[in-house]
Design a protein around this ligand. Sequence first.
Ligand SMILES: *Cc1c(COP(=O)(O)O)cnc(C)c1O
Length: 420
Amino acid sequence: MNEKMPMITKAQAEEIAGTYPTPFHIYDERAIRENARRLKKAFSWNKGYKEYFAVKATPNPFILQILKEEGCGTDCSSLTELMMSEAVGLRGTDIMFSSNDTPAGEFTKARELGAYINLDDFTHIDFLEQECGVPETVCCRYNPGGVYEVSNGIMDNPGDAKYGFTKEQLIEGCQKLMKLGVKNFGLHSFLVSNTVTNDYYPALARTLFSLAVELKEKTGANIAFINLSGGVGVPYRPGQPANDIEVIGEGVRRAFEEIMIPAGLGDAAIFTELGRFMLAPYGQLVTRAIHEKHIYKEYIGVDACAVNLMRPAMYGAYHHITVLGKENRPCDHKYDIVGSLCENNDKFAIDRMLPEIEMGDLLVIHDTGAHGFAMGYNYNGKLRSAELLLCEDGSVRLIRRAETPQDYFATFDFSGLFRG
Ligand SMILES: *Cc1c(COP(=O)(O)O)cnc(C)c1O
């Protein structure tokens, strides 16, 4: 069962806040490492297996370094994500560059680093060829169209998604790439986000494995790897059952033995590009109650806002909240927990039952380790918070300082404004 526990006590949080004022994001190094090891073990049956952490989920070089030490590479989609990977010493096939609507220059950087290039579209073959030439190994992203169903019903609607090649384009694209000198292929697909079922990856694997067999038969292409991408989710609600990565790895193994091995594709590597699964549960946003307001509803205003965590405002996403030091008190007060943006959807929780909150109380917002800080922005001139690492030895390390007004103004040149 999945219980939501703060990673630090009230006393620890107060001590940390003495050095690094709230709000701040904090990540649990030990838990990140343990989870990465479980994932690696679940896919250890495949000798080429590798996780390429989706940098966009938590773009922090210290986090990338930890995952690198656990054998992970990175999945990048922009110049700066490539640069961050390079900065932690990742190069070559440690990097997957998942392009989509990619501007000129970014393919070149990916090529310079020797990264795998994951093409999103048929027309990008020419774009790549003209920009920097085509490498020996190319991955192509597949969009099966229609709706995507696994055992428990319709999961998503790839036919409406902007990504990937159609099957016909993939076959033609493969032939075209072979003429341009490509020797090895990868296949990639990302059909559903935040799945909380052990069936998604095995079902996706079957789709991609069958496609690999068809592609091999129709074009003679050498399939070097299958990239299952992201999408394995986490339970944001307490009590919601979590994915079991061992069961997922085993489901993919069975599909591999049924489809890939008989087709002579048993040497293909399995890659994953998980983001949320790697980090979401291992990061928390700590914020302080600074206002209370009693009108038609009861409001608690905190010192974080949607700039620090956009998911509730953007998707109506649930994030569990704990009031530190009041973990065992009854949840007998109903609150909206709000931030300070001039924007009514800036609410971390609506009609949430919590213990009575007093001004100065510290609140922990759970499961903010992925797509949390990362989606931050500067609306209303708000500044991004610090990111801290709770290290394995119990110490706390600053891994990104909080922004200052100087950072916010850094892109202006005021000199022209103040001409005598
Ligand atoms: C976002 C993304 C991922 C990671 O997705 P999660 O839902 O965080 O696992 C992986 N690959 C690609 C190409 C993505 O865009």
